[in-house]
Design a protein around this ligand. Structure first.
Ligand code: CP
Ligand code: NVA
Length: 305
């Protein structure tokens, strides 16, 4: 494992190893045990989109690992003025030990990895959000005691989070059902990759337009915003189309009685999920947000250690 660009590049064992290391680092952090696995190392964090969780958890994580992090807004570095990915990758490789990047095109993240000589971590693109899903898997494991054999239902837009969930579930033996409105389905490339992984492990990948079918008997129910970053101009049109996909008490009741609710956040209460569900007893959204820290520390320690 040289980079974290897509969960599809990791095999099941690599994902399990990252989850085990996340758990260990989390336990040590709670016990106040220092683990300066990246002492003297520097992470550059390039952001072309907003962030609360990703930025703070990477920055704090690097500090807890004994290293240092640099926040590089694409508005402030020359990349935002048209400097090439090739030059950026080569220059940054001479200064720092790893790059976390949040941007639009997945191909830019892959090019950064291709042209540079240091590990690259995908902190979200329009197509993928692998760090989020590692934190989600850790959260599900903590609450359910296992991953294999569980059913996760994702209800909503078939983009970055859904794509990485496809990979993450398929590779850990979880069944995944995704319900999206027509025209907002997952990219078939990632569905095929997940089906391929699921085949060898014996799990199921189901895509539907019917939220009731997807959520039926689910152990884990997952929502993301209907309006992703960069799509703000589609808001009016999407709200009407997505309303039947709102996770409310009526829909949530079709999941298993002990189902947990996850949301990568930021959440918009009253749109993709109602307040009673996201703030209810079965919601684990803040454990999930916390686990970004622990999961990403494991990723950084593995790639940059
Ligand atoms: N879930 C997530 O990536 O949150 P941020 O956009 O706040 O980083
Ligand atoms: N789908 C959302 C995820 C935010 C973490 C977006 O791309 O904005």
């Amino acid at each position: 494992m040289k980079h974290l660009l897509s969960l599809n590049n990791l095999n099941s064992n690599e994902i399990q190893d990252l989850l085990k290391l996340s758990e260990k680092l989390k336990r040590q952090t709670k016990e106040g045990v220092q683990h300066h696995l990246l002492k003297g190392k520097t992470l550059g964090m390039i952001f072309s989109k907003s962030s609360t969780r990703t930025r703070v958890s990477f920055e704090v994580g690097m500090y807890q690992l004994g290293g240092y992090s640099l926040f590089l807004s694409s508005n402030d570095i020359q990349l935002g003025r048209g400097e090439s990915i090739f030059d950026t990758a080569n220059v940054l490789s001479r200064y720092i030990d790893g790059i976390m990047i949040r941007t639009f095109n997945q191909s830019d993240v892959e090019d950064l990895a291709k042209y540079g000589t240091i590990p690259v971590i995908n902190g979200l693109t329009d197509e993928m959000h692998p760090c989020q899903i590692l934190a989600d898997l850790l959260t599900i494991y903590e609450h359910k005691g296992k991953l294999e054999g569980l059913k996760l239902a994702y209800i909503g837009d078939g983009n970055n989070v859904a794509h990485s969930l496809l990979h993450g579930c398929a590779k850990t033996g979880m069944d995944i059902s995704i319900a999206s409105p027509k025209g907002y389905e997952c990219d078939s490339r990632y569905v095929d990759e997940a089906k391929e992984a699921a085949k060898s492990i014996g799990s199921k990948v189901v895509l539907t337009q019917d939220p009731v079918e997807a959520i039926s008997k689910a152990d884990v129910v997952y929502a993301d915003t209907w309006i992703s970053m960069g799509q703000e101009d589609q808001k009016e049109e999407k709200l009407n189309i997505f309303m039947p996909y709102q996770i409310n008490s009526q829909l949530f009741a079709k999941a298993k009685e002990d189902a947990i609710f996850l949301h990568c956040l930021p959440a918009y209460r009253g749109y993709e999920v109602t307040e009673d569900i996201i703030d209810g007893a079965q919601s684990v959204i803040f454990d999930e947000a916390e686990n970004r820290l622990h999961a990403q520390k494991a990723v950084m320690a593995t790639l940059m250690g």
